[in-house]
Each structure stands twice: as structure tokens, then as C-alpha cells.
Design a protein around this ligand. Structure first.
Ligand code: SER
Length: 608
């Protein structure tokens, strides 16, 4: 079996259990200022886990591209990845623990599906604490399916409680592990007794709670199931390979890197690590650049994470002795390998290649200057007996030469130095507005509650997009948006700065539409019908897939101002938004402009 077959089999299995296949979503979360990327398959489903009705029903399945950069420093070992695919299935108030566990076990062990050896499977179940009791229901379901009692490990919340963030839907989970030790597991072996030899492949979360704050949980209106299986890992164990990098998911990428570097993977541990870092980071960069809401390298936010991935890959390419621009060549292989499952990569391939090449060229300049500067400082640094590079020195390399902290750390480590990271951060804080670091840190953060203010901003982005098209023409297309409680940002394609008059005109149109107090309505329809009805969609969905369409206007068929395919939520009528003001219009990246705007006043939202 290979990853493509595993992906299809998973979807096919859950369809046979009456699940509807839905499309995975963009890597850039809709409407959620607290995270930079989609970090789990369930992320786009948060509103539905909280109780909103999903257009496709109560049993769903999909595959979702995800980015997690929280443990980026561990990438390079044989198992960590910053970009991965999650296979998922959900019950929204439909079936619960017994059926969910039954489905998982059948898919894993039935010869018709994966046919894994049941002796090599063990599980963990929530042990209970002051928040919730020991999960007897899950344990009973496992036993009913034939799992021996001694292969169930009861573990605390740190292992068996899953939450997407500090607030939001959460609950106890049961995790499924595969034996990666020699031969067969000894009797009574489980994750509790022998943690090293059991690899997690699937996580079934029983989402019954909503965390409101640090202390308080409330019961959700419905009991949900959220499961996620790591595609790369499961594919790896199915093939009996020791590392995901040895599977066909990564081998073509590694072959390309071998050709570019004249190095053969598997002959030198340090160089292998560089190959893995390039392979992983190139894959992540291609997925981020090629996303339907594609981001470009930037100094803040998701664009900064992207820049960091590209730059780290380039540096490891240099370590392997690749002395020309190479990222675009690796990217060709990535696009080729994933375009069937992710057609947006093929659609956006020219952008992917050109952005990679230009970022790489920029970085080589930066590196040359930064490394030369470091060499100059080295004799002086050597005088420091503690071998610590102060935060100020590291920050100076960054601020003056654009030399990133993590590279100063790597360069330092090669010469036996550590870097005072705290000191770096202090120096950074002094020099920059605090928000920049906050946004980078947000990559690890959680899911914010959708506040009324962000809902108002969200509807304002729809008005803004239509107003921009009315004033500037059809070449305007949304490239991304970012909302906090304080402001909105909206990126769109346009090839020159807007004039003062144009900015004023756009602002006036938005305020006019707010004053008209137009109703905002939602309809569910197949994606193709939505497009025919004139809805704008960032979304590349499956044929016939039902989507939500938000219309702003008196009559959703004959008299409307804006129509977009979108997950919501939105205000009920536009007067709730208040006054709209554009604060800034500037360049975001080549051919992309960015507007920053604020709203004030406005009416409260109706409560349901
Ligand atoms: N949300 C859970 C996870 O990410 C299961 O999908 O592991």
C-alpha cells in the first residue's frame, strides 16, 4: 500500500459507514486570529463541533493538509514533520464512543481494509481527574471489540485529553498505537509499560466539552467524535519502514536533493539530517505558497514562518554543498507528487517557483553579509570563557543584516557557543512593536472564541472585497485576511498602489452599504451552483459538494451587493458593523496589496 491508496481507502471506508466526504480546507484558518496555520484536521470544523449545523450532515470524513511548526527544531530526526496530512472522521452529535472505536478497529485490522495484526495494536484511555471521570465507556468499547484488558493503558490528561487550544472544544481521547519494536510485543506490553516501542497512529477524541477559560468547562449541546490519523506515519508502518523519509512520500524529494548535491542519502548522519530538513521544509513551503489562500514570505505572521522554513532549507542546502539556487527544483518534485490530492499546487505552481527563487536569492545575499560579520566577531567572542553569544550581538546580526536568530544559534553551535535567547528577545522587544513577536508565538497558540467584534470584522471583509472590485475592477482577488479584535487586514491582487481617491471611494462604498443596513443571509448549495449564482470562492471544493454561501443584500437572488462561499459566522445585518475606516494601503508582496482597516461603533449582534 502507498499513501495515495491509504488516503482513498480511509475515505472509502468511512463513506461505507454513511459518512459524507467533505473537502479539506486552506492552511490559513478562516476567521481565527489566534493561530497562523491549520494545525489539525478538526480545526476547520470548530464551529460545527461547538454546535453549528454542518451543511453535509452529521457524519463527515476528509483529508486535511496541516502545518505545525511548534517543534520545528526537532525536524531533521527521522520522524518529525512540519507539514503532514491528517485523515479524519467526525460525528456531530451522531454516534459516540462505541461506534467510533468499532470503526477504527475494523478499518485497522480487517483484511478488507488495512489488515494490521491485532497483536501489534494497543490503546490508551483517559484515567480520570477532577475534570472528568475515568473513561470506562471507551475501555468497555475496546474490550467489546476484542482488545485484551492488559493492552489498555489508563493515562492522565497530559496524554489522554485533547484540546485544540486554551479554549474551545475538548474532551477525553483514546489513542491507538502500533508496535514498532522487534518481533511481537511481549505479553502485557502497552504504552504505559513500554512507551518507546509503541507509535501513535490514530487519536479518537470524544468532544463533549467546551473550555471557556482556564478553570471552566461547559458541556457541549451535543456529544461529538473527532478522530485524526497521521497519514505519513500510518503509511510508514504499513510498509514496515523505519522512517517516513524512507517511504514514497519523501523518496522522490530526497532523490532530487541527492541529484542536486551529489550526496547519497544514508551515508553520513549529519548530512542525512540536512537532507531531511530540506525535504520537509521544501514540502511545507510548497504547500504554504501554493495554498488557495497562499501566503508569501514576510516579516510577520504566517509569512514569517514561511520565510523561516525556506531560509533554513537553503542553509542546509549550502551545508550539503549545493552552490546554486535549488529550492524551485525541489519544489517541482513536490508539486508533481502531491498535485492529484492537492490540485491547488498545480494551479499555483508558477507562483510557488518564482517566490522560492526570489526568496532564496535574497537570503543568499543576507547570509553572505551575516556570516562575514560573524567571522569578524569570532576572535572577540572567543575571549568569552562561557562561550555565550549575548542577545544583543545576536539581535544586531538580525536587525542589521537580517541574519535570523536560529541561524546564529546554529552557526554559534558549530563553534561551541550558545546564544542568550532571552537576551535576544529583550533586545527585539525594545526595537520592535510587540505585536510582531506575538504573531510568531501565535503559531503555537490555541483557538480563540469568536467574539462579536471579529464577526463584525469578518462581514466587513466581504463588503471591502466587493467595494474594491467595484472601484478597481475584476483583477482584484482576495489573497488572505487576518482579523484581531483591534483591526482587520485584507490582502488582494492588484499591480499598483491605490490612489487617495480610490481609497476614499472604497471606504465610502463600504460605509454606504453599512448605512443601508442590508440583511446578511446564508444558503447551503452545491459549490458549482454557488459559482453560477455569482458567489466568489477561494475554495477549491469537490464536485457537487455542499457549501455555505453568505449574501449581503435585500434579495439573495436579484438584489445583492456581495456573495461569497464562506464558513461564517457573520453579522445579521450590516448596521451592526458600525463605522468603517481604511488606515493604510501598502504593498504586501509582488502584485499583492494590503489594506488595514478598523471599525467602530455599530449595533450589538442578536443573540439566538
Ligand atoms: N484533533 C485530534 C488530533 O489532532 C484528533 O483529530 O489529534
Amino acid at each position: 500500500m502507498n499513501a495515495n491508496e491509504l488516503r482513498s481507502k480511509y475515505i472509502e471506508f468511512f463513506k461505507s459507514k454513511n459518512h459524507v466526504e467533505i473537502s479539506g480546507q486552506s492552511l490559513i484558518p478562516e476567521n481565527d486570529p489566534s493561530v497562523l496555520f491549520t494545525t489539525a484536521g478538526m480545526h476547520p470544523l470548530v464551529p460545527y463541533l461547538l454546535g453549528e449545523k454542518h451543511p453535509a450532515g452529521t457524519r463527515l470524513t476528509d483529508y486535511q493538509k496541516c502545518i505545525r511548526t511548534g517543534d520545528i527544531d526537532e525536524v531533521g530526526d527521522p520522524s518529525h514533520l512540519t507539514c503532514f496530512e491528517m485523515l479524519g472522521n467526525w460525528s456531530l452529535g451522531d454516534y459516540f464512543k462505541k461506534e467510533s472505536i468499532g470503526f477504527s478497529y475494523e478499518f485497522l485490522t480487517s483484511p478488507k481494509w488495512l489488515g494490521l495484526d491485532p497483536r501489534k495494536i494497543s490503546v490508551t484511555v483517559f484515567a480520570g481527574d477532577e475534570n472528568a471521570p475515568r473513561d470506562e465507556e471507551a475501555a468497555a468499547a475496546w474490550i467489546a471489540n476484542g482488545m485484551p484488558e492488559d493492552k489498555i493503558a489508563y493515562l492522565p490528561a497530559s496524554d489522554n485529553w485533547w484540546a485544540a487550544g486554551p479554549t474551545g472544544p475538548c474532551g477525553p481521547d483514546t489513542e491507538i498505537f502500533y508496535w514498532v519494536g522487534e518481533n511481537l510485543p511481549p505479553k502485557g506490553s502497552n504504552k504505559g509499560t513500554d512507551p518507546e516501542n509503541w507509535l501513535e497512529i490514530w487519536n479518537n477524541v470524544f468532544m463533549q466539552y467546551n473550555r471557556i477559560d482556564e478553570k471552566n468547562l461547559e458541556l457541549l449541546p451535543k456529544k461529538n467524535v473527532d478522530t485524526g490519523m497521521g497519514l505519513e506515519r500510518t503509511n510508514c508502518i504499513l510498509q514496515g519502514k523505519k522512517s517516513v523519509y524512507l517511504t514514497e512520500v519523501f523518496q522522490p524529494i530526497i532523490k532530487t536533493i541527492e541529484k542536486l548535491s551529489n550526496y547519497t542519502y544514508g551515508t553520513d548522519e549529519e548530512k542525512d539530517r540536512s537532507v531531511r530538513i530540506i525535504a520537509d521544509h521544501a514540502r511545507s513551503s510548497v504547500f504554504i505558497l501554493g495554498d488557495q489562500k497562499g501566503v508569501s514570505p514576510a516579516r510577520v505572521g504566517a509569512g514569517y514562518v514561511l520565510r523561516r522554513l525556506i531560509r533554513r532549507a537553503v542553509r542546509h542546502g549550502m551545508k550539503l554543498g549545493i552552490d546554486k539556487d535549488f529550492m524551485a527544483e525541489v519544489a517541482v518534485t513536490v508539486v508533481e507528487n502531491f498535485k492529484i490530492a492537492y490540485p491547488e499546487l498545480e494551479q499555483n505552481k508558477n507562483k510557488i517557483f518564482s517566490e522560492l527563487t526570489s526568496e532564496e536569492a535574497k537570503f543568499r545575499q543576507t547570509l553572505k553579509k551575516g556570516e562575514a560579520e560573524f567571522e569578524k566577531m569570532l576572535p572577540n567572542l572567543m575571549k568569552n570563557p562561557k562561550k555565550i553569544i549575548s542577545g544583543k550581538v545576536a539581535y544586531n546580526l538580525y536587525e542589521t543584516y537580517g541574519y535570523p536568530l536560529e541561524l546564529t544559534q546554529e552557526l554559534g553551535a558549530e563553534n561551541g557557543f550558545t546564544v542568550d535567547v532571552e537576551g535576544f528577545k529583550e533586545a527585539e522587544k525594545k526595537h520592535q512593536e510587540a505585536s510582531k513577536t506575538a504573531e510568531v508565538g501565535a503559531a503555537k497558540g490555541g483557538l480563540a472564541e469568536q467574539s462579536d467584534v471579529t464577526t463584525k470584522y469578518h462581514t466587513a471583509t466581504h463588503l471591502l472585497q466587493q467595494a474594491l472590485i467595484d472601484v478597481l475592477g475584476e483583477q482584484v482577488a482576495q489573497k488572505g485576511s487576518n482579523i484581531t479584535n483591534e483591526r482587520m487586514r485584507f490582502d488582494f491582487t492588484f499591480d499598483r498602489p491605490m490612489t487617495k481617491e480610490e481609497i476614499q471611494k472604497v471606504e465610502d462604498i463600504v460605509n454606504e452599504k453599512i448605512k443601508e443596513d442590508l440583511p446578511v443571509t446564508m444558503q447551503v448549495m452545491p459549490l458549482d451552483d454557488a459559482k453560477k449564482a455569482g458567489a466568489r470562492a477561494l475554495f477549491t471544493g469537490k464536485y457537487g459538494e455542499d457549501v455555505k454561501v453568505y449574501t449581503i443584500g435585500r434579495d439573495a437572488e436579484n438584489d445583492w451587493f456581495s456573495k461569497e462561499v464562506c464558513g461564517g459566522p457573520h453579522v445579521q445585518h450590516t448596521a451592526q458593523i458600525g463605522q468603517f475606516k481604511i488606515q493604510k494601503e501598502q504593498s504586501s508582496s509582488a502584485g499583492v496589496r494590503r489594506i488595514r482597516a478598523v471599525i467602530s461603533g455599530g449595533l450589538p449582534l442578536d443573540k439566538h
